[in-house]
Design a binder for this molecule. Structure first.
Ligand code: NDP
Ligand code: 2IT
Length: 448
């Protein structure tokens, strides 16, 4: 563990004391605090104004009951969350995660990350996150609908175009956004498109939003490689996960001439030396909503290993795109040993602190999630722009905007790292640049 400046250590200890048993939240806070030492040296007024203490405390947290009836008629009870972390730069903005592992600590870590990520996009959006411990796996379409409707019956009180704008995350995609928006529209009797993003293209959605997180993380990786005098064309890559982010990471990599030889889900890993067949993967995951093992059963030459470790596959560029803490110090060491030169985090906090340290020490270009995966929320911001102007943009225009945003984030993060004496350290650059944008707005507002 990197030791903290004593003022930051005191802030961190207070965060632990006030938020007991929330390990992921502590981890996300610690990573940011570890970057802020050089900022305090330059900007002592930030200490006096207690802006770091304020940023670590969510503006509002809502926890609610979500009762629903399953297909057998039995009543189920889940827990819903919305953490409205910071609105200094705009309405709270961030996804909803439906996964059985969800508890307050997960939503708070995601909401905390979201503050700085959203600031890095340069768009006027604050940070928030929500979700439920509901497990969508094995549920019928009707059960998903009833759950989403019940969730929105409570959530609608706290969201709005100018207040808080949710979107998808793990377990929440286009289908769920449709059910959520439909219920919000019904309750409020208003067609308030800007209340949620990730909508369908026929009813207020933005082109490229589905692809945006994956495409964005590939654009970010391309920028990192450019600094190294390299390009993605011809590179061998691995992408963990096989959900929304993973699929569109694979698609953009293939378009740019890279080869993706492995992907995964929480049950196992698929290896395909010929390169993942995207159409088949989409059929298996998006249409049939089944497991990656089904891909290997149908694709000649592909192999499936239950409980396999994807990070043992030799590659030049890795894209952790499944979930938090999926890549540890040992995994990072294996990647480095096998010749990996760049990592772009499509997921939120997929690399453990040990893993990050191993990458930084080995001088691997390590694109931290709050920078590398910001393309999803950035395109949500573009969806909000289109909704506000009652307009739809073309795919080409929207993708060009996304690419420019990712380039700008890369430049900002890279230059900030240099300015603060850590050239090439994207973790430090992203944390400082994101933090300063939020902190400066908060200072302007007085004691808020
Ligand atoms: P999806 O639900 O579409 O896919 C999630 C993928 O990750 C699945 O392959 C899933 O496997 C795997 N996964 C989830 N939880 C676990 C776990 N506990 N252990 C192992 N594997 C797991 O979600 P997304 O693709 O949208 O999200 C992936 C990551 O990207 C998350 O960290 C999310 O926060 C982040 N992200 C998403 C954005 C978006 O726009 N969607 C934007 C920025 C970041 P299985 O099916 O077996 O559960
Ligand atoms: O983690 C994320 O940035 C997301 N899940 C997307 C959030 C959004 O509001 O589009």
């Amino acid at each position: 563990m990197v030791s903290l400046d004593e003022r930051l250590e005191a802030v961190f200890q207070e965060v632990i004391r006030r938020n007991p048993a929330e390990a992921e939240f502590h981890q996300a806070v610690r990573e940011v605090l570890e970057s802020l030492g050089p900022v305090l040296a330059k900007r002592p007024e930030l200490v006096e104004c207690k802006v770091i203490e304020r940023i670590c405390e969510p503006e509002r947290q809502v926890i609610f009951r979500v009762p629903w009836q399953d297909d057998t008629g039995e009543i189920q009870v889940n827990r819903g969350f919305r953490v409205q972390f910071n609105s200094a730069l705009g309405p709270y903005k961030g996804g909803l995660r439906f996964h059985p592992s969800v508890y307050l600590g997960i939503i708070k870590f995601l909401g905390f990350e979201q503050i700085f990520k959203n600031a890095l996009t340069g768009l006027p959006i604050g940070g928030g996150k929500g979700g439920s411990d509901f497990d969508p796996k094995g549920k019928s379409d009707n059960e998903i609908m009833r759950f989403c409707q019940s969730f929105m019956v409570e959530l609608h009180r706290y969201v709005g175009e100018y207040q808080d704008v949710p979107a998808g995350d793990i377990g929440v995609g286009g289908r769920e956004i449709g059910y959520l928006f439909g219920m919000y529209k019904r309750i409020t009797n208003q067609y308030e498109s800007g209340v949620i993003t990730g909508k369908g293209l026929g009813w207020g959605g933005s082109r490229v939003r589905t692809e945006a997180t994956g495409y964005g993380s590939v654009f970010f990786a391309a920028e990192m490689l450019k600094v190294l005098g390299q390009e993605l064309e011809g590179k061998t890559c691995i992408v963990s996960g096989s959900g929304n982010v993973a699929i569109y990471t694979i698609q953009k990599l293939e378009q740019l001439g890279a080869k993706v030889i492995a992907c995964s889900d929480s049950d196992g890993v698929v290896y395909d030396d010929a390169g993942i067949d995207l159409e088949l993967l989409k059929q298996v995951k998006e249409v049939e909503r089944t497991r990656v093992s089904a891909y290997a059963e149908r694709k000649k030459g592909a192999r499936y290993v239950p409980d396999g470790n994807i990070w043992e596959v030799p590659c030049q560029v890795a894209f952790p795109s499944a979930t938090q803490n999926e890549l540890n110090g040992k995994d990072a060491a294996a990647l480095v040993k096998n010749g990996c030169i760049a990592v772009a985090e499509g997921a939120n906090m997929p690399t453990t602190p040990d893993g990050i340290r191993a990458f930084l020490e080995a001088r691997v270009a390590f694109g931290v999630g709050k920078a590398a995966n910001a393309g999803g929320v950035a395109t949500s911001g573009l969806e909000m722009q289109q909704n506000a102007s009652r307009d739809y943009w073309t795919f080409e225009h929207t993708e060009a905007r996304l690419q420019q945003i990712m380039r700008d984030i890369h430049r900002t993060v890279y230059e900030t790292a240099e300015e603060y004496g850590a050239p090439g350290n994207y973790v430090l650059g992203a944390n400082i640049a994101g933090f300063l944008r939020v902190a400066d707005a908060m200072l302007a507002f007085g004691v808020v």
